[in-house]
Design a protein around this ligand. Structure first.
Ligand code: FEO
Length: 179
């Protein structure tokens, strides 16, 4: 059983993860609009990962006999000045999410909710990877320059990204009911 405080906080994070998916889906549309199919594919994989994260919170709340409470998802921006500006925004967003996860871990500790603290450890590790993968693209974008052959090559490289089998399996249907 979840305490009302933890239940509320987990529902807030479910919403934050859904917003992340929405934000990256908007970036997919932006990359499509400027003909960068590889960037769009990379960000599409990122979008699916975010909805997978939201799904993990959804299932965990139910598993702990809590009540899922879906909230309004804010509209994300739909335009960026450049691919670099979009990835810089993604990086800032990931840093914000890392802060939210850290706050949640602190709250679980305060509430002596050890199960939630253990559940959240997956996200602590995931956020390290999330920030690193976006930062890696930013470094490459800076090397490639704003247009021309460098950007074309990077677009080709980013088109190779595949989503993990774990995420792919989780995205094949509606959230699984708790056992
Ligand atoms: Fe779900 Fe990118 O953090």
């Amino acid at each position: 059983m979840l305490s009302p405080t933890i239940e509320d906080a987990l529902n807030e994070q479910l919403n934050a993860e859904a917003y992340s998916g929405y934000l990256y889906l908007s970036m997919v549309a932006y990359f499509e609009s400027i003909g960068l199919k590889g960037f769009a594919k990379w960000m599409g994989a990122q979008t699916r990962e975010e909805f997978f994260h939201a799904n993990k919170f959804y299932n965990y709340i139910i598993e702990r006999s809590g009540r899922v409470s879906l909230k309004t998802i804010d509209a994300p921006p739909n335009q960026w000045e450049s691919p670099l500006a979009a990835f810089a925004a993604a990086y800032e967003h990931e840093r914000k999410v890392t802060g939210l996860i850290n706050d949640l871990v602190g709250l679980a500790r305060e509430e002596k909710d050890h199960a939630s603290e253990i559940f959240l450890q997956w996200f602590v590790t995931e956020q390290v990877e999330e920030e690193a993968s976006v930062e890696e693209v930013i470094q490459k974008l800076k090397l490639a320059g704003p247009q021309g052959a460098g950007l074309f090559m990077l677009d080709n490289e980013l088109s190779q990204r595949v989503i993990s089998p774990l995420v792919a399996a989780a995205m094949t249907g509606i959230p699984a009911p708790a056992a």
